[in-house]
Design a protein around this ligand. Structure first.
Ligand code: EPU
Length: 336
């Protein structure tokens, strides 16, 4: 099992920020992972799990061990008349799993097409897009604890999923490594084309298939979201804020074009992109960082950008949105 020392992370984070980690490893199985973690040299140092690096902002070097799980097998573990249970290794590239499922006609994750990252990260932040969330299909999550190297399994309910949230961002943060995720996919897929952009793309298609939904969503994303190979970015930089009903309705009265999304009792989710856009940041650039011209929720890191520049830009945006709308927005990316 190879452990790299003073490993360069520039190519391993989609923001393309310069940073090194003291140790880096890519275990290909649970056994390899256990072998590394039972080595005393790594007992006392900080440890971090990193997938494809599509949701992380490095503000400096990392002084511990970064584990990039590379467990890549996909297997059917069970099936009945309606469902297929698919167990995928944490290191499977997320969109490869979506492709695998859609190619076989198994529905449930097609709306999550083209989301960057890997399977192991999907439950952590409960990835979501176009009216679907990972939690809708996650059946079981397996992880290995750092302490005692115990194999554990959580049901979907035990993962306590919320909007861009789960137990892995809370009580279990930094406590272990997700190794496998089992998805329950439908053999008789229900098409979910209600999200405005998808509805538009599907106009004129009388009975869309999951393959067509996947194609449409991949093309919407390609138009709206920048390619990290061209300019550094981590997708949505901020979460959409959830505010109380009275503030939401008050804002709606002043701004008719503001869309409100009901989010539980007496609360609404507001599009952070709209708030940032209205403050005039969309398409702007300061030094080596900026705000994407097609989606104001995405911050850009041009060549030479530093984590500090991005943090400063995000602080300016947070402050301006607060002053103008009295709404608090917070980063979605992990700052390290
Ligand atoms: N809008 C603007 N200006 C913009 C962009 C959007 O005013 O520059 C407004 C529009 O009114 C639009 C609304 O904001 O109706 C919502 O925009 P969009 O449909 O693009 O979705 P979003 O809420 O900005 C979320 C996810 C995305 C996901 C899309 C599509 C979060 C933090 N982001 O963005 O996820 O692709 O929905 O479902 O929830 C990601 O997490 O990295 C990501 C890209």
């Amino acid at each position: 099992m190879k452990i790299f020392q003073n490993f360069d992370l520039k190519e391993r984070n989609t923001l393309g920020l310069r940073a090194n980690t003291k140790y880096y490893t890519e275990p290909e199985s649970v056994e390899e992972l256990k072998a590394i973690l039972s080595d005393d040299s790594y007992n006392e140092i900080p440890k971090m799990v990193m997938g494809e690096g599509s949701n992380i902002l490095f503000t400096g070097d990392y002084t511990g061990l970064i584990i990039h799980p590379s467990i890549k097998d996909i297997r059917i573990t069970d099936e009945d008349a309606d469902y297929i249970y698919l167990r995928a290794g944490a290191g499977v590239v997320w969109d490869k799993l979506v492709e695998f499922a859609v190619d076989r006609g198994w529905g449930g994750i097609e709306n999550l097409s083209s989301i960057p990252g890997c399977v192991g990260a999907a439950p952590v932040q409960n990835i979501g897009a176009y009216g679907a969330e990972a939690k809708d299909t996650i059946f079981r999550v397996e992880y290995l604890t750092f302490e005692g190297l115990v194999d554990k399994t959580l049901s979907c309910e035990e993962c306590r999923f919320g909007y861009r949230d789960s137990i892995f961002k809370r009580e279990l943060k930094g406590r272990g490594v997700i190794t496998y995720v089992t998805f329950r996919l439908s053999k008789i897929p229900a098409i979910n084309a209600g999200y405005e952009d998808v509805k538009q793309a599907m106009k004129g298609v009388s009975e869309p298939t999951i393959f067509q939904v996947r194609e449409a969503i991949s093309s919407i994303r390609a138009k709206k979201l920048p390619d990290p190979a061209v300019v550094g970015n981590a997708g949505s930089f901020f979460k959409n804020p959830v505010v109380n009903k009275s503030l939401a309705l008050q804002l709606k009265e002043s701004y008719q074009d503001l869309k409100l999304f009901p989010a539980g009792e007496n609360e609404y989710k507001l599009p952070a992109a709209w708030l940032i856009d209205k403050c005039g940041f969309k398409g702007s650039r300061t030094g080596n960082v900026g705000v994407h011209a097609n989606q104001a929720l995405v911050l850009l890191a041009y060549e030479g950008a530093t984590g500090e520049e991005l943090i400063n830009l995000s602080k300016t945006i947070i402050k301006t949105v607060k002053e103008r709308f009295n709404v608090d927005i917070e980063p979605e990316v992990n700052i390290c």
